[in-house]
Design a protein around this ligand. Structure first.
Ligand code: 6PG
Ligand code: NI
Length: 191
């Protein structure tokens, strides 16, 4: 069998890296507009520009039927009461679904339908998997005190659409309330 890429990889579930594959780092300054509390965001940025998350991707040519996957690592932390999070996206090819499997640490995924009317907060940690149906925006948050790592497997043609999220963000936020992760409507925060 001859393929243009290796079929086997070696990954580290603690560092969230796939040996020999590129790592994308997102720092706090890359997450402008993602967090609900803008003042807390600016205050945190004034003290430095910490790493918030990394993604290590095994991406194959975008051909029909092929799969890619990526390992993600989100650092523990909060901006105001809101946990460190990924930007979040729809897949550019909207029908593309994705399977997330927790590897280490603890957190949640926030799912949202395109019209914003359907929302779910689902646990992501070892022994937990989340199926993200097509046409659903997804964001991951670390609610624990150590890095959260996970793997996501998706159609090679999926692509990322960040613009829709950058325009209006998710309708819900995952905050620490009374010491526990809770999902509330963003509009509740403005009251
Ligand atoms: C994907 C996956 C996943 C995701 C990371 C980072 O479609 O590639 O959902 O690998 O990209 O968790 O999240 P953001 O892409 O939203 O920054
Ligand atoms: Ni995705």
């Amino acid at each position: 069998m001859e393929f243009s890429f290796p079929l086997a990889t070696h990954f580290d579930p603690v560092t969230g890296t796939i040996e020999g594959y590129p790592l994308t780092a997102r720092r706090l300054s890359d997450l402008q507009g993602s967090f609900a509390d803008e003042q807390a965001y600016q205050r945190a940025l004034g003290m430095g520009d910490p790493l918030v998350y990394t993604v290590s991707g095994f991406e194959v040519p975008a051909e029909e039927g092929q799969l890619s996957y990526a390992l993600g690592l989100i650092m523990p932390g909060k901006i105001g009461q809101e946990y460190y999070l990924t930007k979040g996206h729809f897949h550019a090819w909207r029908p593309a679904a994705e399977v997330y499997i927790g590897l280490a640490g603890e957190g949640f995924m926030l799912l949202e339908s395109e019209d914003g009317s359907q929302n779910q907060m689902l646990p992501l940690r070892p022994h937990h998997a989340v199926y993200v149906p097509g046409h659903i925006a997804h964001r991951t948050v670390n609610t624990g005190s150590v890095p959260l790592t996970y793997v996501g497997v998706y159609p090679a043609q999926a692509g990322h659409d960040y613009d829709a999220i950058a325009r209006k963000n998710f309708r819900h936020v995952i905050l620490e309330l009374d010491g526990k992760p809770s999902m509330i409507e963003r509009s509740e925060l403005l009251r």
